[in-house]
Design a protein around this ligand. Structure first.
Ligand SMILES: NC(=O)c1ccc[n+]([C@@H]2O[C@H](COP(=O)([O-])OP(=O)(O)OC[C@H]3O[C@@H](n4cnc5c(N)ncnc54)[C@H](OP(=O)(O)O)[C@@H]3O)[C@@H](O)[C@H]2O)c1
Length: 269
């Protein structure tokens, strides 16, 4: 049996550029057949041809606009119908800058539609496909902004906090069924997302910005260790573990039959 038949097929959204394009290259290099999803068909075709020639794997393109119901359905259908798919990289996303009060309404809708709605629909489709097989891997690309609500843009940050929460809930639900979920939280990474958002990445201190190849290779090191949350920049993983422990410690007290003592007023007593 050839290597590609052992590892199966990876479907990657946002494969036409940046993080998704590097993931596609790396999984093709590992012997996966790949299905490339994004809107720009010419770019997808060029990358698919290159990867086929370079690694000898099968590379197919699935052009889809994830801001539309038709686009989401096309990818959902593929995830559910193609039993060769063993890995789903839920990566497509957009960013916008600016204060909430100054954001165009369409930008708010677009971020939620792609980063939250499409990402959720496709995560669920992968879960439906993988559950009967009791196998499969899902990578959700979130952002460190899931953890830093005080910077950047409120809607983008919240969309990525959603992806982190979704991933942790998915891991909790799906790992007993044999499906592994990883959330990847990149810091600022040198890709087109910045110029697409009308931002100039060069205004950031260079020590804050990672190259896209290094970011994805680090995320893949976390993937190979079955990490549930991978933060490529974070030097001390114990810091995130402590954060998680602090969150879980609150668990038993987050829903109780009486208000906490500090809220006891005449009306509550
Ligand atoms: N770069 C960073 O600093 C950074 C940091 C943290 C997290 N992230 C996250 O990483 C992920 C990838 O971003 P990136 O930095 O690689 O940005 P990018 O280079 O702009 O890539 C975004 C990808 O998403 C696709 N996409 C955008 N809108 C789409 C739509 N309506 N339908 C289908 N595909 C769509 C784009 O392809 P088409 O234009 O061809 O459709 C492209 O392939 C995103 O989820 C982003 O939020 C990035």
């Amino acid at each position: 049996m050839s290597q590609e038949h052992k590892v199966g097929t990876a479907l990657i959204t946002g494969a036409s550029s940046g993080i998704g394009a590097v993931y596609t290259d790396r999984f093709a290099k590992r012997g996966y057949d790949v299905i490339l999803v994004a809107r720009d068909e010419a770019r997808l075709n060029a990358l698919a041809s290159k990867l086929h020639a370079q690694y000898g794997i099968a590379a197919q393109v699935l052009p889809a606009d994830l801001s539309t119901e038709a686009g989401i359905r096309a990818v959902e259908n593929r995830l559910e119908a193609d039993a060769s798919i063993t890995l789903f990289v839920n990566n497509a996303g957009i960013a916008r800058l600016g204060a909430l009060a100054e954001m165009p309404k369409q930008d708010i809708s677009d971020i939620i539609q792609i980063n939250v709605h499409a990402a959720s629909r496709l995560a669920a489709a992968a879960a439906r496909a993988f559950t009967p097989r009791k196998a499969g891997r899902i990578i959700n690309v979130a952002s460190v902004l899931a953890l830093i609500s005080e910077r950047f843009n409120p809607i983008y940050n919240a969309s990525k906090a959603f992806v982190l929460s979704l991933s942790q809930s998915m891991q909790n639900e799906l790992s007993p069924l044999g499906i592994k979920v990883q959330a990847v939280l990149p810091g600022a990474t040198r890709t087109e997302i910045w110029s697409r958002a009308g931002a100039d990445i060069s205004v950031l201190p260079p020590e804050m910005v990672m190259g896209v190849d290094e970011m994805v290779d680090a995320a893949l090191a976390g993937f190979d260790r079955d990490e549930v949350v991978t933060i490529p920049s974070l030097p001390d993983a114990a810091e995130f573990d402590a954060f998680t422990q602090a969150r879980l410690k609150m668990g038993p007290n987050l829903s109780r039959d009486h208000a906490a003592a500090r809220y006891h007023t005449a009306a509550v007593a």
